[in-house]
Design a protein around this ligand. Sequence first.
Ligand code: S3P
Length: 187
Amino acid sequence: MIISLTGFMGAGKSSVAPIIAEILGFSFYDLDQLIEEREGLTVQDIFSRYGEEWFREAESRTLLSIMEKGSSGEIGSRDAIISDIVLSLGGGTLIRPSNRTILKEGSFCVYLRARPETIAVRVLAGGQNRPLLRQKDNTDLIDKIRGMLNEREEGYLESSSLVIDTDCLTVEECAEKIADTFRLSLL
Ligand code: S3P
């Protein structure tokens, strides 16, 4: 079984996913980390050397391979059996319709929703390491986030079985809600 977490940069995907994994006894994987391991480059280096399209190709390839492993229960090198996975996606993974289909059909996909103002605060607190949000000054950061979010939100909603509004929740509260709803979905 695979639980995937989607949502905009700064929505909390990479912080919430390992807590859900711990609660449920699943393995945790972060798609950006897997891409970095496979390509031997950081996400930032991939963007600056090869550009966004190259990154999207690597992202889709990596997603496909982890989804195949998850659904087949293949013996992995990091874990005995990696059939039960919590996977945090990148904020742009669902731009591609093919990725939306894969995740909708092959995982319990959760959209971690946050308001643009909340995202801006979290992104700035995280030390601005997102190539797509890097800019000279941050005065129009919220507008930029709002614009990108408008373009992407339909994809997030279309793929998800559950939407969690994260603005007023701690990462632990988000994780507990998701783990509880997932358990109920199995009954
Ligand atoms: C991206 C989000 C990033 C990372 C890359 C592109 C995006 O992941 O995949 O910088 O297009 O929204 P996070 O959402 O984990 O920051």
